[in-house]
Design a binder for this molecule. Structure first.
Ligand code: ATP
Ligand code: MG
Length: 467
C-alpha cells in the first residue's frame, strides 16, 4: 500500500454535516449584512509581515508567537493573515479611501500558530465587518445590534455581551500610568510573561489567562474611570442607544482585547458553556487611529470578527444531523436495464426542473433492495419506483420513506392529476384511483409541492419514451 497522507497539525478538514453549519452561518450573515448595508470585500490571504506587526502590535500574542511566516523568493517575509482588520484597512487606504466612508464585510480563513484544542485551530474561519469613516457611537450600536440579531436568528439566545471603553490616545496614558503603578505593587504575584508585559505592554496583563494574574487584575484600576470628556461622551452615547433598543449587555472594566489597535469601544460576545476557555465567539472594537497608522488620513473606524468554528460548535448542540442533511425529495428506484435508462433520463429532467433527485449510479447495477437501502441512508423523502410494470402500465408508484405509505396512480389518474392545478389536486386526494394514505400523506403533499412537479415530469418522460 502507498503512503497515506494526513492533514497538517492544527489544520482540519470540515466534512458534512459540519460544513452545512458553516454554510448556514455564512448564508444568514450575508442576508443580514445586505440589510445593514455592508458589502463584501474579498481579500488576499497573504500579506506583508510588517502590516500586522505595525497594526496588531509587536508585543501581542498574535505577532510575537502566532504568525505563519512565508518567506518569498525575494527575501521579503509574507504571512498568512492572522486576522483581517489590518488587511481591510490596508485595502481601504489603497483602493477605497478616496470615496469616503465604507461599510464592508468579509468571510474567510485566518491562520495562527496556536496550541490546537477544541474551538482553537491553526486555520479557522472568521466572518467580520468593518465600518470605516464613522466617528459617532451610532455605528458602534449598529454592529452590536447586527450581531444580536444574527445570534437570535440562529436560535442562540444565551450569548452574553461584554462591553468596555479603552479611551483614546489622550486619556490612555493616565490610565496606563495608574495601571502600571497598581501592577508594580503586585508584581511578585504575576506570571513571568506578565512581569515582562508590565514594561512593554501593561494593558495586555489584563488579558492574561493565568489564574494568579487574573486574581491581581480583578482589582486593577479600570480604564472607564480615566476616560477624557470626549471618550466618556462617546461611551455614554453608545450605552444610551443600546439601552433604548433594550439590548442586554454587561459592562466589563477588565475587557481589553488582545490587539493593540483598539480605542474607545471594545466588546466580546461569549457563549455560556461548552467551549471552555474558548468561549469568546466574537471580538471587536473601535480602532480610530489605525487608518492613519497605516498611511491613510485620520479616519475613525470600528469592526468585529466572529469565529465560525466556535459558532458551529454552538449550533451543533441545537441542530440535529437529520435537520442538516436534508435528503433527496425523490430517489428513483429502477429494475432492469430498460428502467435504468428511463430513470437516468428522468433523473436529469427532475434536477433540471429544480428538484433534489437522486438514484444509484454505481455499476454493477444494484438490486432493488440495495437501492431502497441507499435511499434510506441518504434520508430520501420518497422512492419513486420505476419498474417494468410501472413503465409498461404507465403507473406512478411512489413510496414515502418516512411512513412507508404509498401513492399509486394508474395511467388515467396520473394524466388527470398532472393536468389539475395544485388546489384541485388536493381535492382529488380522496377520489377513487388513489391509494390514499390519509392525513399524513396529505400533509406531506401540502408541505411538498414538489410532488406535483415530480408527477408531471414523470408523465412527460413516460410519454416522450414513445416518440
Ligand atoms: P482568544 O482569546 O480565544 O484567543 P482572540 O482574542 O485571540 O480569542 P480575536 O482575535 O478577537 O480572538 O478573534 C475573534 C474570534 O475569532 C474569537 O472570538 C474566536 O471566536 C475566533 N478565534 C480566534 N482565534 C481562533 C483560533 N485559533 N481558532 C478558532 N477560532 C479562533
Ligand atoms: Mg487568541
Amino acid at each position: 500500500m502507498n503512503k497515506k497522507y494526513q492533514v497538517v497539525k492544527g489544520f482540519r478538514d470540515i466534512f458534512p454535516p459540519e460544513s452545512f453549519l458553516f454554510w448556514q452561518a455564512e448564508k444568514l450573515a450575508r442576508e443580514i449584512f445586505a440589510r445593514f448595508g455592508y458589502a463584501e470585500i474579498l481579500l488576499p490571504v497573504l500579506e506583508s509581515q510588517e502590516l500586522f506587526s505595525r497594526s496588531i502590535g509587536a508585543d501581542t500574542d498574535i505577532v510575537a508567537k502566532e504568525m505563519f511566516v512565508v518567506p518569498d523568493k525575494k527575501g521579503q517575509n509574507l504571512v498568512l493573515r492572522p486576522e483581517a482588520t489590518a488587511s481591510v484597512v490596508r485595502a481601504y487606504v489603497e483602493g477605497l479611501a478616496q470615496k469616503g466612508s465604507a461599510k464592508l464585510f468579509y468571510y474567510g480563513p485566518m491562520f495562527r500558530y496556536e496550541r490546537p484544542q477544541k474551538g482553537r485551530y491553526r486555520q479557522f474561519w472568521q466572518i467580520g465587518a468593518e465600518a470605516i469613516g464613522y466617528a459617532g457611537p451610532g455605528v458602534d450600536a449598529e454592529l452590536l445590534l447586527l450581531l444580536d440579531l444574527f445570534f437570535k436568528d440562529l436560535g442562540l439566545k444565551d450569548i452574553s455581551i461584554r462591553l468596555n471603553s479603552l479611551g483614546c490616545k489622550i486619556c490612555r496614558p493616565a490610565y496606563r500610568e495608574a495601571l502600571v503603578k497598581y501592577l508594580k505593587s503586585n508584581e511578585s504575584a504575576l506570571c513571568e510573561e506578565c512581569k515582562r508585559r508590565l514594561e512593554t505592554n501593561p494593558l495586555r496583563v489584563l488579558d492574561c489567562k493565568n489564574e494568579a494574574c487574573k486574581a491581581v487584575t480583578k482589582n486593577a484600576p479600570s480604564p472607564s474611570a480615566f476616560l477624557c470628556p470626549d471618550c466618556a461622551t462617546h461611551f455614554a452615547g453608545l450605552r444610551k442607544l443600546l439601552d433604548r433598543q433594550k439590548l442586554v449587555y454587561q459592562l466589563d472594566d477588565q475587557l481589553v482585547r488582545g490587539l493593540d489597535y483598539y480605542t474607545r469601544t471594545v466588546f466580546e460576545f461569549q457563549a455560556p458553556t461548552g467551549l471552555g476557555a474558548q468561549n469568546a465567539v466574537v471580538g471587536g472594537g473601535r480602532y480610530d487611529d489605525l487608518v492613519e497608522e497605516l498611511g491613510g488620513n485620520p479616519t475613525p473606524a470600528i469592526g468585529f470578527a466572529l469565529g465560525v468554528e466556535r459558532l458551529a460548535l454552538l449550533l451543533s448542540e441545537k441542530i440535529s444531523e437529520a435537520e442538516l442533511l436534508a435528503g433527496p425529495e425523490a430517489f428513483l428506484v429502477f429494475s432492469g436495464e430498460k428502467a435504468y435508462a428511463f430513470a437516468f433520463k428522468l433523473l436529469f429532467a427532475l434536477r433540471a426542473a429544480g428538484l433534489f433527485a437522486d438514484m444509484a449510479l454505481d455499476e454493477p447495477l444494484r438490486s432493488l433492495r440495495s437501492q431502497l437501502k441507499l435511499a434510506d441512508k441518504l434520508k430520501s423523502k420518497a422512492a419513486l419506483i420505476v419498474g417494468e410494470d410501472e413503465l409498461s402500465g404507465k403507473i406512478f408508484n411512489l413510496k414515502l420513506l418516512g411512513s412507508g405509505k404509498e401513492l399509486k396512480l394508474d395511467h388515467e389518474t396520473l394524466q388527470r392529476v398532472a393536468k389539475v392545478d395544485w388546489e384541485e389536486m388536493k381535492s382529488h386526494l380522496s377520489q377513487p384511483g388513489f391509494v390514499y394514505a390519509g392525513k399524513e400523506y396529505e400533509q406531506a403533499l401540502v408541505q411538498n409541492q414538489g410532488l406535483l412537479k415530480l408527477l408531471k415530469i414523470y408523465l412527460h418522460e413516460l410519454e416522450r419514451q414513445e416518440e
